[in-house]
Design a protein around this ligand. Structure first.
Ligand code: TRP
Length: 338
């Protein structure tokens, strides 16, 4: 198996919820690509986690495939890393149940993500949303992964994963490592409304799939620094979400120069946006094309995910067999019932 490369084992997951936008791509997927070469990596599309929020079965499978195609288009190499779908590996749920038995309720009640999501959608505060971090701990520890690239918002979930590992180990003997988060380099992508982080639910993002024309229609009207009412008004680039996007797509010294021109009112916002649109397209256009190629070859995409699932299951089966044995549970995924 090519994934055995030495280096620590790495696991990360992404939910198939909605369109993939620049924030997901820059914040998560691209970071995976840069980490995959130094680690034995597993990347998982966590479709079971996505069920904790309002769910429409219609098109859900397609969304999972679409996300897989984006991940591959971004440069995750299926010969080097394991890319798979959570629901192809039922052992995730089995381990989550065992972990639930050692996970303190109080820790779950303290999770800010649970509180935020409950507040955001008070009519859908379901038990799975509450135990979400237990399944996340199982995702990671099923592969005894130690390195977990995530955003800042997942740090608390990772603390819980470590707590679960410690408690399980204390009861059943040392087996699980304590996974640690590797924070995504802080490239905070603001939404086009300038206020919040780019997110699917806020509708303030640019989807990776959007054509240059669609992107421009959004950029053209996107908010900039409010001080710049007229072209002759000087601005503060650090307060401008367009400038924050230049931080990713426009290399220095050009970006520096744009910042200076903004401060001196030497460039209009529209022209500044045009530079961004061009550089953005240069970066994302090729990814969009590779995504289209993956989507056009459904058979190959299916094979990659099938192969990823088989490799993941081989590892998962070993962990679950050991866990069953230590917990005094019958059988094992390999069929032994002794
Ligand atoms: N909760 C993560 C998120 O919303 C997704 C996730 C699920 C995950 N399981 C994981 C991330 C395991 C890292 C490791 O971003």
């Amino acid at each position: 198996m090519a994934a055995v490369l030495g280096g620590k084992r790495l696991f990360s997951g992404i939910q198939p919820s909605g369109m993939v936008h620049l924030g997901n791509y820059e914040g998560a997927i691209r970071n995976w690509v840069s980490l995959q070469s130094g680690h034995e990596s597993l990347f998982c599309i966590v479709d079971w986690h996505a069920l904790t929020q309002r769910h429409d079965p219609e098109g859900f499978r397609e969304r999972v495939l679409d996300l897989a195609a984006w991940i591959l288009a971004a440069g995750i190499d299926p010969d080097r890393s394991v890319l798979f779908v959570q629901s192809d590996v039922p052992e995730h749920l089995e381990l989550a149940w065992y972990f639930a038995t050692v996970c303190p309720m109080g820790e779950l009640q303290r999770q800010t993500q649970f509180k935020d999501k409950s507040q955001h959608d008070p009519d859908n505060v379901n038990a799975a949303l509450f135990t979400y971090p237990v399944l996340q701990a199982a995702d990671i520890l099923l592969y005894r992964a130690e390195v977990v690239p995530v955003g800042e918002d997942q740090v608390q979930h990772l603390e819980l994963s470590r707590e679960v590992a410690r408690r399980w180990n204390a009861r059943y003997g040392d087996f699980f490592p304590e996974p640690r988060p590797v924070l995504t380099p802080a490239k905070r992508i603001l939404g086009l409304d300038g206020g919040a982080k780019m997110s699917k639910s806020k509708g303030n993002g640019i989807a990776l799939a959007e054509t240059p024309g669609e992107v421009w229609a959004k950029l053209r009207v996107a908010k900039t620094d409010e001080r710049r009412q007229r072209r002759s008004d000087p601005g503060v680039p650090e307060d401008c979400n367009i400038y924050s996007l230049h931080g990713i797509y426009t290399p220095d010294p050009r970006r520096d120069e744009l910042g200076r021109l903004c401060r001196e009112a030497g460039i209009g916002c529209l022209d500044c946006k045009k530079v961004l649109a061009e550089n953005l397209e240069a970066a994302v256009g090729p990814v969009r094309e590779r995504h289209a190629a993956w989507k056009a070859d459904g058979q190959r995409l299916g094979e990659v995910l099938g192969d990823g699932a088989a490799r993941a299951r081989a590892l998962a089966a070993g962990t679950v067999a050991e866990v069953r044995s230590r917990m005094g549970i019958r059988g094992g995924p390999l069929g032994g019932g002794a």
